[in-house]
Design a protein around this ligand. Sequence first.
Ligand SMILES: Cc1cc2nc3c(=O)[nH]c(=O)nc-3n(C[C@H](O)[C@H](O)[C@H](O)COP(=O)(O)O)c2cc1C
Length: 344
Amino acid sequence: MKIAALALSNNLILAPLAGISDLPFRTIVRRFGCGLCYSEMVSADGIVRGQKKTLDILRSGSGDRPLIAQVFGSDPGVLAAAAQIIEERGLADAVDINMGCPVKPVIRRGAGAALMREPGRVRLIVREARGSIRIPLTVKIRSGWSPKEKNALEIARIAEEEGADAVAVHPRTASQGFGGRSDWSVIAEVKAALRIPVIGNGDVEAPEDASALLAQTGCDGIMIGRAALGNPWIFRNALRHLAGEGIERANLEEKRRIIAEHLEMSVGRYGELTGVKNFRKHLFWYTKGLRGSAVFRKGAGTITGTDNVLAEISAYFDMLAAGAAEEKKQLDFLENLNISFNQS
Ligand SMILES: Cc1cc2nc3c(=O)[nH]c(=O)nc-3n(C[C@H](O)[C@H](O)[C@H](O)COP(=O)(O)O)c2cc1C
């Protein structure tokens, strides 16, 4: 897959996730084959004002490529200026404009999904941003504002006409939030009408869904968000499924290693206090569904200090490994019993 001149090693893409798709998480998902990452959304206004906090969100590293920086805003001039700064400073390989965020603080500024109600403004935004950068420009949209205002196709067409290089579609309306299901037929409709690459997004929860999304919509790229939380292996397994290979689930040892590496990267990125605090949510996601995880989380949720958290993780995974070994022993025993019973 290519977005203008930006060539991707594969078409599996990490979604922009505010507060989550930071440098450590991107580094982890890339390890499992993710072909392109979006940054967390950042305020175009903050970039233009040179706000340290905003620019810090865009911090990246040499291995963290290809990367799309996502900006939100509503003023065409400000968005264009922000895009230019991203290009000039080499902060990312491409710029994406958020036209799908439904949260109040963003909507109130006329940004995010509110833009879908203003096709004329979308045209100006894409035109001005296109004129200000040479690197690829993309937009991320929803299916519309509300069930009565579904205009993904109109907005996608405008984006293409004004020079966008790809469109990502999350086919829920803004008023839906995350309720209901994504309507993949909207992705198919947009794909059929556009020449530029279309990235399909929404409810890819398992490797098989990636293949299904591709088959049902003909989209070029597959964007994964929530299913990657605590499960970066979804990229490896979606790639395997697309290639007709079997799923390779993460075993306990691999899980323990990745959790520890992710924590260390988080601490390296934010310092110990914030790094551990930010990592807690990931730790919860990584251990979701594992035996005794509720008790572990209760304890781990309050611990501070990298070494303490690492020790807690080690103890928990040792316990899981011991449980798994004991379970295997019992299963082997039962199997043998069955054989001797059948033979007698
Ligand atoms: C916690 C969270 C943060 C998100 N942040 C952003 C964001 O910054 N920009 C954006 O365009 N979409 C954002 N989204 C939407 C996702 O990019 C994606 O479109 C949505 O989660 C649907 O994909 P999924 O079903 O694979 O999760 C966010 C979603 C979640 C759950």
